[in-house]
Write a protein that binds this ligand. Structure first.
Ligand SMILES: Cc1cc2nc3c(=O)[nH]c(=O)nc-3n(C[C@H](O)[C@H](O)[C@H](O)COP(=O)(O)OP(=O)(O)OC[C@H]3O[C@@H](n4cnc5c(N)ncnc54)[C@H](O)[C@@H]3O)c2cc1C
Length: 455
């Protein structure tokens, strides 16, 4: 069977199937594995693209479906800082600390706080999907835009969700984080992806990079082969880890799908995208401990739209101290913000370069409030935009978190529409992020195994 794409969903699915003893070919169009779990090296620096923080659940997922060595490298990040006109707070980002802060700093009643946590923790996919996150907050914290900001801002950064998504998407993701806090991989993304590749190879998975799946070839309502770099490779089943609408309408094609699947699928909305600024600190320089993850905003109140602004008013900073990669005595800073594709598409090369430079300058201006001498310490600065994400992943409009909620139905129903065809990876907010994508990889791997058993 063939897995198209090596994001965390594709990698985990491929590994699950290889461990079941299946013959798996993993194809990745980029020259590195990892998808958005990416890293890159420039002028002696290593930058992590999406290693900012994930929930504790990743430990169990890695132990069970990858290796103990990977699970053991997962460590907590403890200094998470909110800095905005409504409040400045440092937290370990877990239920205990959030409860304490909601009661003490925000003056919320203990019963309300506890009921809110219970409510979120009790949510699951089969619950009511009509209540929005906005309505949920209004029920628990009416008129408290500061509390909503405290509870929602990190989730907006984490998956681009707004107050108008189904409340269960918030509840599931928030509760995942609240279980024990925010975690990272000691060793960095490069170490993790190397270890995953080793494990895949140990389990007999064949891996091809610079290999683009161009078309799924179908016969009698079933998958028959995949055209990879111009050559048809026969297979009984395919898992696509690529962007969902692209998988359905480009790789497969509506002509190969029943109309009652293709038509509603055309309505599925993509998630938004991101910009990032990567700052490398000159070798030999140090920076003081200003926190691990800072949510900085100058917006007077929280509004998800403000997280996509150009010029931006809200962003996060991840500070990578030498502890990120023990033995490598280097510092780096990565700032991330939401972004709309249309703000970056259609610019002339000069305008694009100018706007990227403005983003870098604006980021350094903000950073100076924490590190006044930062400009003299940075010897490498680069920006990524939705165009960058589109280019490196092939995701339409550079969508970085897959699709909005309705995408999950489309992803789950794909095998019913075309025999042997599966999708895994970012969809519907709850299946995005490192944990969501990896767990979805496991679920889909199990479904493929059942399908192949019967085939
Ligand atoms: C700026 C940013 C910051 C983030 N920060 C965090 C964070 O701190 N914590 C967290 O948990 N999550 C974070 N995320 C989200 C997280 O990285 C993603 O949700 C997750 O990695 C997506 O995994 P995926 O399985 O959906 O696949 P993706 O990572 O989207 O990868 C899909 C892969 O498929 C390949 N592909 C697509 N089409 C084809 C084709 N036709 N042929 C061959 N290959 C193909 C692509 O090249 C790509 O490698 C962040 C994302 C971004 C962009």
């Amino acid at each position: 069977m063939i897995v198209v794409g090596s994001g965390l969903g594709g990698l985990t699915c491929a590994n699950r199937l290889a461990k079941f003893g299946r013959k798996v070919l993993l194809v990745e169009q980029h020259f590195e594995l990892g998808g958005l779990a990416a890293y890159f090296r420039r002028k002696g620096h290593i930058f992590d693209v999406s290693l900012h923080g994930f929930p504790y659940g990743m430990v169990k997922t890695c132990r069970k479906y990858w290796t103990k060595e990977i699970a053991d490298a997962i460590v907590q990040i403890k200094r998470i800082i909110f800095d905005n006109p409504q409040f400045k707070i440092e937290t370990t980002f877990d239920t205990e600390d959030f409860t304490r802060k909601l009661i003490k700093d925000f003056g919320v009643a203990r019963e309300t706080t506890e009921e809110f946590f219970r409510f979120c923790a009790g949510m699951n996919f089969y619950d009511d999907q009509t209540t929005t996150t906005r309505e949920m907050f209004e029920r628990f914290f009416p008129g408290r835009s500061d509390v909503v900001r405290f509870l929602m801002e990190p989730i907006t950064y984490a998956n681009g969700s707004t107050l108008d998504e189904p409340a269960i998407t918030y509840g599931i993701v928030f509760s995942n984080f609240m279980s024990k806090g925010v975690f990272t991989v000691e060793g960095g993304t490069d170490w993790l992806i190397d270890k995953m590749r080793e494990e895949l190879e140990r389990n007999g998975c064949d891996i091809m990079v610079r290999a683009t799946a161009e078309k799924i070839l179908c016969e009698n309502g079933r998958v028959a082969a995949v055209r990879i770099n111009g050559k048809a490779v026969q297979t009984k089943s395919v898992v696509s880890n690529g962007n969902l609408p692209r998988t359905v309408f480009e790789l497969i094609g509506a002509e190969n799908l029943p109309a009652d699947f293709a038509q509603p699928s055309a309505q599925v909305r993509l998630s938004t995208s991101n910009c990032q600024v990567f700052l490398g600190i000159r070798e030999g320089e140090t920076i003081p401990d200003i926190g691990d993850l800072i949510f900085h905003s100058t917006a007077p109140e929280f509004a998800p739209d403000l997280y996509m602004g150009k010029p931006p008013v809200s962003r996060s900073f991840s500070i990578y101290y030498p502890k990120t990669r023990p033995g490598v005595d280097r510092y780096a800073i990565v700032s991330s913000l939401g972004a709309r594709y249309e703000d970056w598409d259609g610019l002339s090369p000069e305008e694009y370069k100018r706007d990227k430079q403005m983003l870098i300058d604006n980021t350094l201006d903000v950073l100076e409030s924490y590190l006044p001498d930062i400009r003299s310490k940075v010897d490498y600065a680069e920006a990524a935009t939705p165009k960058t994400f589109e280019r490196y992943t092939g995701h339409q409009r550079g969508a970085t978190f897959g699709t909005k909620f309705e995408g999950l139905k489309m992803s789950e129903n794909l095998p019913k529409a075309l025999g042997g065809m599966f999708h895994t990876g970012s969809a519907a907010i709850i299946m995005s992020g490192w944990l969501g994508a990896a767990n979805y990889g496991v679920i889909v791997g199990n479904n493929v195994e059942q399908y192949l058993d019967k085939a």
